[in-house]
Write a protein that binds this ligand. Sequence first.
Ligand code: SD4
Length: 304
Amino acid sequence: DGGSVAVVSTWDFGAAANAAAWDARRAGGTAVDMVEAGAKVAEADPTNHSVGYGGYPDRDGHVTLDAVIMDQAGNVGAVCALEDVVHAVSVARAVMEKTPHVMLVGEGARSFAVDQGFETTNLLTPEAEAAWREWLVTADYAPRANSENTDWRSTPGSAGNHDTIGILAVDAAGRLGGACTTSGMAFKMRGRVGDSPLAGAGLWVEPGVGSATATGVGEDVVRVAGSHSVVEAMRAGAAPVDACRQVLERLVRLRGTALAGHQVAFLAMDVRGQVGGYALLPGFTYAVTNTLGQTRIERAAAIF
Ligand code: SD4
């Protein structure tokens, strides 16, 4: 074919994730195989402080992971506040495939992972621990999700251009799949869960329509059932970019100045293979890889 879209993911580091997803597709993998393979790249990367190994901890020093995975048949699995296991997305997939449930949290998620043969390891890298100790000096929590307005190099806890990964794929049979994985907002309260592992908020996949994922301040994404709302807008006829913008406009109407300084971004793909993203603040990028394995980085427009 002429290179239709195979996989998209949030932020420019998504390019490496897309490459792994594309390899999975070429090896005959399903859309779920693709998004799992891609998400695992970000989870294993110690320089990404918003995902997996190397993620920034909660305010008590624990790295806790949230992840979700979903196919277009309503199969979904998620984990919240998972500790000591790098590949939260794979544990989410095991929840989807091996339990009657859609979500496991905390200690229950961890023991399930151990039972399933996942290895445990300390997820707190020396670099992330140092950033946490520096943060403890003021212990001032502010949701500094990344945008180009964030002075992230001097702001411990801000993620720079590394952030939660949301990844959306279509396999050779035309099936859709998605995943989202994160260590959540840096220095969050212990037990805090954001949008990422919540089907409908951080991710939604709908046969015949398309898929969407979110990044940024999770609380704000939840307030508008973000990814599900984006897919509903596409169902009503909006192109992906317009669907993302419409849901952000709704969030702005709802929250007004309470959004000051908050980044929220959506990324969406429809069944025709159109892709689009939109953000509250400038700086959101995403990676698009076609069926020929060619990747481009797109920069989303912003409301503010
Ligand atoms: C969350 N949406 O836990 C995720 C975080 C994120 O910057 O996207 N990071 O709220």
